[in-house]
Design a protein around this ligand. Sequence first.
Ligand code: GTP
Length: 364
Amino acid sequence: MTAERPVQAVILAGGQGTRLRPLTHARAKPVVPLLNRPFLAHQLALLRAHGIADVILACSYRVDDVRRALGDAEHLGVSLRYVVEEEPLGTGGGVRNAADLAAGTIFVLNGDILTDVDLSAMVRFHEAHGARATIFITRVADPRQYGLVELDADGRVRRFREKPPADEPLTTDTVNAGAYLLDAALLGRIPAGRVVSIEREFFPELIADGIPCFGWPAPAYWRDIGSPAAYREAQLDLLEGRARMLLPPPGALRDGSWFGDGAVAAADARIVAPTALGERVHVAARARVGPGAVVGPESRIGPGAVVEGAVLWERVEVGEDALLQGCVVGADVRIGARARVGPDVVLESGAVIPERTTLGGRAS
Ligand code: GTP
């Protein structure tokens, strides 16, 4: 019997995103802007490119943000349905909640991974191995932050080890990338109505019960955008071509930069590629934006200001001769004239930075 091609995906989008605070105080992680689009729009573009158009979002924390940003996602070529946990049920509980809407072989994705992985190749692997669960695995420099996945010689998963402590010897550098193909019938194994971890409970139990569960190593771009540094770097990866851009920023591409509708730069301002300016951004005289800058809609960059390697959300006001390098700036932030905001600084939405303030020290 040949399995039917998967057409459905469940995206886990209910976490609090504590590592991405304070940005996630203002907006749920699944819809923080990435190149001026809600993050999940990039995942939906990947799914759609592989023929997956029926998507179920397992939400909990700040679900209204997600609905506002994505709606039913018809404009993105997919149909989005929401299942909402009143109390967060964990990664396993979130998927369990979607079980009534899911059938056949389904993708399950963590709602915070940016990847261009070939999902169609994953389906072929899954079918060729007679798997009931396939886990996309990837190599990372810092495996202890993730779930280690140990494989047998034939690719079957032997052991899962979630976030091992520093004193435990590492047995592998391949980790769970947070993208799975599952036989939806397996979801019935997840107990309803209580917190369940897919990584710590569901998968280890599948393995213990001898259910064919395979690891699929794919040479794809992959990044968990769950920390401020990774969130910023993911956008540079897309702008600078290290990750395949499945969904470009809104606007027209000119000289290697994107200009959203109504974005304007003064004649002697410089927009240095690659940069993405959102709709109605205004860049004043003598200012320089880029390289590697993402400026949210309706932001205003003051005369002589410099913004490079930085991500700004919407309606940010940057004062005259201010300098922003390598930072992340939430919505409606006001940065005073001649202020300096350096690498790794994250400014909460609504923050006001007085004139001549220096934050982060390393801006030069
Ligand atoms: P941190 O607190 O920064 O670790 O982020 P997080 O809350 O998102 O947790 P984590 O990164 O471990 O979550 C992985 C994925 O699962 C993310 O896409 C989360 O949105 C999602 N997730 C985590 N917990 C839940 C939950 O209780 N319910 C649902 N539906 N999704 C969850």
